[in-house]
Write a protein that binds this ligand. Structure first.
Ligand SMILES: Cc1cc2nc3c(=O)[nH]c(=O)nc-3n(C[C@H](O)[C@H](O)[C@H](O)COP(=O)(O)OP(=O)(O)OC[C@H]3O[C@@H](n4cnc5c(N)ncnc54)[C@H](O)[C@@H]3O)c2cc1C
Length: 398
């Protein structure tokens, strides 16, 4: 079974095999073949070409610049260059419905110093973020209750949301047109010879030899790394998204993040909202059941307090997806394994992988072809910190 080109024998050879064909895997393939003109053979192995349960498909599909780590801001800003300009990059028909509505991150008096410190970092990175006091918030967003708020940071430009599946479609198409081969298969084994990966074994018995292996398996990245005998602290964590209808028309609304952690943003005629649950254990790979009490007990009360119009909102539907959750520090792992030098990671993005994928894919493709980061220095996200247990301290985790 395959999505694209045929496997002709029981064993084939590729210079680069990428496991996982969703936003991260396809971004690496696209960057290798379409952006960098890599001439080697590239295969993307994906077990579910519908991507129905991938984090990419189930995400809230939003992009922000409001991080506290300069490298996270740079990753999102570099991806923004693609997200804003899909017609120039992929052709006049390309459309991902990017809505540059901004994020509004609200702070309590206790949270204000952190918001202000983050804002200084963001401004130094040229991010277009405005700091508002409660009066400024009330004037600009009259539907917000400013009770208990000391301020908010609003992304005037460069933040918003888009259609994730459309971006994935564009990247896959362009990667394939540039020569990447997409194969349907589930990687069930990884063969190593000493400090090198030499191939992968698929569940259907095929074997692919490879010069380099890229782990782009999203929430399953830790399991995939284990097949190579390598520890990677990335696991699935369930996140639920609730779609609500608010009778009152509120006018333009950014993605609002309440100090409680509850977020809400417009989605067509509805709004979507959610929160990271307090009890946050590893999810079973097949557990996509929605946690409705989370809406009733946590999300809705916080929402109705912050935006009183939501007191009368109606829950329309909901879904659950899996974060590709890095248990060390909820940040990406980008780079090669120090001892298995041809095993590359692009994993653990947690809640911000969609927006960082285009730039992260480019960075990984540079490592594969040039042996170093060229466009963005992302060494802070290397595997070495995982081995050393040294977290990257990002304060704006959503
Ligand atoms: C509810 C929710 C909301 C989110 N909101 C945002 C947001 O607003 N903004 C943002 O930037 N990010 C957001 N994220 C995070 C973002 O979706 C992820 O970080 C990103 O999609 C990860 O992409 P990926 O390609 O690595 O993983 P995935 O999209 O999960 O893709 C991994 C792929 O690997 C395949 N695979 C796994 N194992 C194997 C194997 N052994 N063999 C073959 N194939 C395999 C899977 O089938 C899958 O298609 C959200 C995530 C969730 C769940």
């Amino acid at each position: 079974m395959r999505e694209g080109d045929a496997l002709t024998g029981s064993s084939e050879s590729y210079d680069v095999v990428i496991v996982g064909g969703a936003i991260v895997g396809s971004s690496v393939a696209y960057a290798l073949k379409a952006e960098l003109g890599f001439e080697g053979r590239v295969a993307v192995v994906e077990r579910d070409p519908t991507y129905a349960r991938s984090a990419t498909t189930l995400s809230a599909a939003s992009i922000r610049q409001q991080f506290s780590t300069p490298e996270n801001i740079r990753l999102s800003r570099a991806s923004l260059a693609m997200i804003r300009n899909v017609k120039a990059v992929f052709g006049p028909e390309a459309d991902i419905g990017f809505h540059e509505g901004g994020y509004l991150i609200l702070a309590s008096p206790e949270g204000l110093p952190v918001l202000e410190a983050n804002h200084r970092v963001q401004r130094a990175e040229s991010a277009d973020i405005a700091l508002l006091d409660p009066e400024g918030l009330a004037a600009r967003f009259p539907w917000i209750s400013t009770e208990g708020l000391a301020g908010g940071a609003f992304g005037v430009t460069g933040e918003g949301w888009f259609d994730a599946h459309s971006l994935l479609g564009l990247l896959r198409k362009a990667a394939r047109e540039a020569g990447a081969v997409y194969l349907t298969g589930s990687v069930a084994g990884i063969d190593r010879e000493g400090g090198r990966v030499v191939g992968v074994r698929l569940a259907d018995g095929h074997r692919l030899a490879c010069g380099a292996l890229v782990n782009a398996a999203g929430p399953a990245a830790g399991d995939l790394a284990a097949l190579a005998g390598v520890a990677l602290p990335v696991e699935p964590r369930k996140r639920c998204v609730f779609v609500v209808h608010c009778r009152e028309r509120l006018g333009p609304m950014p993605l609002v993040v309440d100090p409680s952690g509850v977020y809400v943003r417009p989605e067509g005629e509805f709004h979507i909202c959610g929160v990271s649950p307090e009890e946050d254990a590893r999810a079973a790979a097949d557990d996509f059941e929605v946690d409705y009490p989370l809406f009733e007990e946590v999300v809705w009360p916080a929402l109705a307090t912050r935006v009183p119009a939501f007191e009368a909102c109606k829950l329309i539907r909901a879904w659950a997806g899996h974060y590709d959750y890095n248990t060390l520090d909820q940040n990406a792992v980008i780079g090669a394994h120090p001892e298995v030098g041809n095993l590359y990671f692009a994993n653990g993005f947690s809640g911000h992988g969609l927006q960082q994928a285009p730039a992260a894919g480019r960075a990984l493709a540079e490592l594969l072809t040039a042996g170093r980061f060229v466009s963005l220095d992302l060494s802070i996200f290397g595997y070495e910190r995982i081995a050393a247990g040294r977290p990257v301290r990002e304060l704006n985790v959503i």
